[in-house]
Write a protein of this length. Sequence first.
Length: 384
Amino acid sequence: MALLDKLRGELIDIIEWVDDSQHTLVFRFPRYQNEIKNGAQLIVRPGQSAIFVDQGQIADVFEPGRYELSTDNMPVLSTLRGWRYGFNSPFKCEVYFVSTRQITDLKWGTPNPIMLRDADFGPLRIRAFGTYALRAIDPKTLLKELVGTDSNFQAEEVGELMRSIIVEAFTSMIGQAKIAALDLAANYRDLSEQLRARVRERIDDEYGLDVPALFIVNVSLPPEVEKALDARSSMGVVGDVGRYQQFQMGNAILAAAQNPGSGLGQGLALGAGFALAGGLGHLAPGGQPGAMGSGTGPGGAAMPPPPGMPPPPPGGPVFHVSQGGQVQGPFPLSQLATAIAQGQLSASTFVWAPGMAAWLPAGQVPALAEFFQSPPPPPPPIAP
C-alpha cells in the first residue's frame, strides 16, 4: 500500500490554484517536477490564466474553465511532444497560474522634486504622489519578460519599475502641460487620465501589463512657497491693509500708554516727541518701507511711495517718516526741522514726500539736508 500511495503521489490528477493572496501576479504549481497524469483535471478560476511550459518553451494557455487534459485541448504541447495520435503515458510539464484580476492600492510618488517653470512663481520645485491598479493582460509576455522561473511573483517585484515609468511619464507630461501651480488641483482628473494613457502605452506591449486606474492624489509645493501663499491669502482676507494697519497701530498705542516702561512704549517715543498729528500712515508694499539706514527695500530695490497716501495738507511740502518699522505722518517741514535740531530725527531715517520716486534717507533729501549741516562757528571777538 505504501508503494501504491507513493506512485499515486507522483502522478498529478488535479491542477488548480486557490488564490488567497492580495498581490500575487504569477504562481507556479508546486508539484511541477512530478508527472501529470493523462486525462488530469485542470481548473482555472475566474481572474486566472494557466500556462504550460515544456522544457523552457511556452506551450498552451488556458482561460477560466475546467479542462480534461488531452491532445484536443493541448495542441501546442502535443506538437512539441510529437503526440500525433494522442498520448497515454504521464508527462512532466511546468504549470504557471497568472492572476488577471486587478491588484489595487499600489502607490507611486516622486522620490525627488521636479523642476518646472511656473507662470506665477517662476522656477519651481514640486512633488507628487498617487495610487494605481495593475493587471496582467498578456500572460505569455509577462512570463517571458518579467517572471522567468520565479515560483511566486509578487506585484511588489515590479513596483520599482512601475514607479519609475509613472514618474518619468508624469515629469514629461507636467512639463508639457504648462499649467500654473495654483491650477493643478483643478486638473487632477484630466492629468490622471493623460498619465494613465502614457503609462499604458509603455507597459502594454513591453511587459504584458495594464493599468486600469491611476490617480494623482496630491501635488505639493516647497514649504517656503506654501508659507508665501498663506501670507498672500491672509492679506487677501484682511482686505484694506492700510486701514488694518491703522487699527493695529491704535491698539499698540493704547497698550503702550497702559505700560509706559515696555519696549513698545519706547518705540513710540519719537512719535510723542514730534507731537504727531494727522493719520497713522500706511504701509508701503511688502509691509515695511525699508530697514533704517539701508537706503533700499527688500531685494535691494528703491522703495516706491505707499499706495493710497492721503492728500498733503496745504502750506508747503509735507513728509512721511519711517520709524521703528512704521510709517508716520504727514509732518510739515518746520516740524521735521525742529525734530532734527533736537536730535530726534537722524540723517539715516527714511522719509518720503509727494513727488519723490522712492523713500530716501533724510540726509539725502535737499529740503532736509541743510538742517543736518553743522552750525557755523562763533564769530571772532571784536578787537578793542
